[in-house]
Design a protein. Structure first.
Length: 263
């Protein structure tokens, strides 16, 4: 054993005999076993700490008591449902007697002889004391005469179908008198559009009433440079053949394309 230590010491001394021992390699070789032992024990301690940490934490952690809330359930006894085949008793409501006594007296009706029945006809004196009615009933003394009571009549108004102010489509669509060509003739090509070379189609929506008059116009798509206003003025000044629905003139809205083209 001593020989090995001496031999190792001699080897280190031989290796670093003519070298700078302060450089670091010499010191590392001398302290290798010490560093290896320290690192081994540190690794063992780290593994033990990681593996035992959860157990230690559970031992040191204070116990938390979780209180459970209990719900109080009240059970109500329900009555048994009625049987499907069981007949329900309907209480009979007695009709109150008339406010004033009445005696049966109906207007005479002409019938064949074999259908005529002998019926009692009240006298004039009896009709002075009681009112005539469909049947004879005993009323209350000093009661009110039914004939003096005004019955409320409920008038049910039928809901009328509200027609739109302007239809979108009808059986006979309105047509401009003179056609689209008549509208084109009314157009005054704006000077600024001529100079700028503006051309294209302007789409106008016209609201035509039942008499064929244009009440309102709206711009759907324009090209600018004053052409939109010129197209709207031309459509507004046009007379239309009214549109019809089921043969009746109606109000309708119609879209018109107006062409602007330079010669």
């Amino acid at each position: 054993m001593t020989d090995n230590v001496i031999l190792k010491a001699d080897i280190d001394e031989l290796i670093f005999a003519k070298k700078n021992k302060e450089y670091g390699a010499y010191i590392l070789r001398k302290r290798y076993k010490t560093y290896l032992s320290i690192s081994t024990w540190l690794a063992i301690l780290l593994v033990v700490a990681v593996s035992t940490a959860p157990t230690v934490y559970q031992m040191l952690k204070p116990e938390i008591k979780v209180s459970k809330k209990l719900k109080k359930v009240i059970i109500t006894d329900l009555a048994p449902p009625p049987s499907i085949g069981e007949e329900q008793k309907i209480e009979q409501v007695d009709v109150p007697p008339p406010l004033k006594s009445t005696i049966k007296f109906t207007p005479p009706v002409v019938k064949p002889d074999d259908q005529v029945k002998d019926e009692y006809v009240p006298t004039v004196d009896e009709l002075k004391e009681v009112d005539p009615g469909v049947k004879t009933e005993q009323g209350v003394e000093g009661g009110v005469d039914y004939s003096l009571i005004e019955a409320e009549e409920k008038i049910v108004e039928e809901e009328k179908e509200v027609e739109p102010e302007y239809f979108v489509a009808v059986e006979e669509m309105p047509e401009p008198i003179g056609g689209i060509a008549g509208i084109q003739q009314r157009i005054e090509y704006p000077e600024i559009a001529k100079r700028a070379g503006v051309q294209g189609r302007v789409f106008i929506k016209a609201f035509v009433d039942e008499h064929g008059n244009v009440n309102k116009v709206e711009l759907i798509k324009g090209i600018g440079a004053g052409c939109d206003e010129a197209a709207m003025d031309a459509v507004r000044a046009t007379k239309f053949k009214p549109g019809k629905q089921r043969g009746v003139p109606v109000k309708i809205q119609v879209s018109l394309p107006i062409l602007f083209k330079l010669n």
